[in-house]
Design a protein around this ligand. Sequence first.
Ligand code: SF4
Length: 528
Amino acid sequence: MAKGRRGFGEGLARPVSDRRRAASHRRPGRRGRQGRIWSSPERQIRLKHVLKGDGRLGHDLDPLDHAPKDACGVFGVWAPGEDVSKLTYFGLYALQHRGQESAGMAVSEGSRILVYKDMGLVAQVFDESVLRTLRGHLAIGHCRYSTTGSSVWENAQPTLSSTEAGGLAMAHNGNLINTPELAARLPADSIRATTDTEVLTALLSRHGGAGLEDAAAALLPQVKGAYSLVFMDERTLYAARDPQGIRPLVLGRLEKGWVVASETAALDIVGAAFVREVEPGELITIDERGVRSRRFALADPKGCLFEYVYLARPDTTIAGRGVQVTRVEVGRTLAREHPVEADLVIPTPESGTPAAIGYAAESGIPYGQGLVKNSYVGRTFIQPSQTIRQLGIRLKLNPLKEVVAGKRLVVVDDSIVRGNTQRAIVRMLREAGATEVHVRISSPPVAWPCFYGIDFATRAELIAGSLSVEEICESIGADSLGYISLEGLIKATTLPAERLCRACFDGTYPIPIDRDNVGKYVLEAAGQ
Ligand code: SF4
């Protein structure tokens, strides 16, 4: 069966037709998008096998110090009469920041589920001709950053499986923490991929005659960890969220149907009105009879605090509060907690921008742009040469010498992981003529790894796991360093502390972790 796309009908895999093969003609590293180059004398040469990039330049420019990475964006739509593949495409496009390794969607017109997925960004995976072949009235979509299982085509989502009644496709944001225990319930060799989502799909597809809704309501209470799920059979869209509601998931309304998405920003972009969040421990079913809700577990909300700091889009709303407003308030608190005499407040673009605005407003120090970000980092897919790699951070950020020279700077960033990035920024600003560089961070020190779907380093690799704030300041070469307090950050969200997961800051994990059974390669290590 062709790689880009797989089809299921009435529970049986069918060979793809020639037309469908045309829609699944690409796989990165093997076959490429048609490209064109111009040469002199003016002559057009068509390139048939231009290798498609994998986004590594953007993500692994400094492989020892990447920013925290999210574990995916999910999107689902049930809307007869609408172009659901286009809606899913634009929904995923809005959620691209949550996962940039692979993208995919599953579509059904009522009798058969088709899945198309590939490595790369949403705009690389899909084009008009692919979307034209994905017709139906319901669809789910996914953009992935890998937290369980390698970043390979087989692990891209949506997953697809057959059931007694037909097909099942699933997309998942989050990370399970009892994957080996769940995988042990499956017959050997029953899963193809090495992801927690594949295990969940395989378990759910073995529901016998119970029906997917009842099967999910029975299975999900046994699943531990973070999961915001969208899944579907040929006629029905489902959405579910773990009892802690660690990752976000929202429900929206279209004129002719319904949408579920990781963030409210994706609803805005497809013209859906926000209805409400999918509640922690809630399973939602959407079909021609409307939206039905049932609870499979008591809610024990522990939303991810880091979504406010960095992960979610600034134009997203979480628990009724805009992320941008929260980040600006964090900056104000940071200015009160860590004041300093300076001439200019600058952000590390773009994630430090709202907090820098808040810091400047509260402190009265002028706000300016002292670092320019190359907006297209992450969109070029040529591997950097060794010379370029040594320039490191400059490929992403470049200082505005006229702005920073001779100034005492406050540089506001969202977090410090290993410290390499901040060390490079401080050095670069000093070389550009800054007389003082004071670093302010809009999260508390990240000292503990996340097991619920964010890819931080291990505790040993996190700079705050072993060094004090003073030692980190010295390590990055700043004149001073100040992190917002955990209390200050929580207060800015306006949520009670007990409703938030903050384990990466204080080491208190709301869902107990068995460290022998977690890790990105837990299934690969077990030989699954
Ligand atoms: S450990 Fe940190 S990143 Fe992970 S869910 Fe909790 S708050 Fe979010």
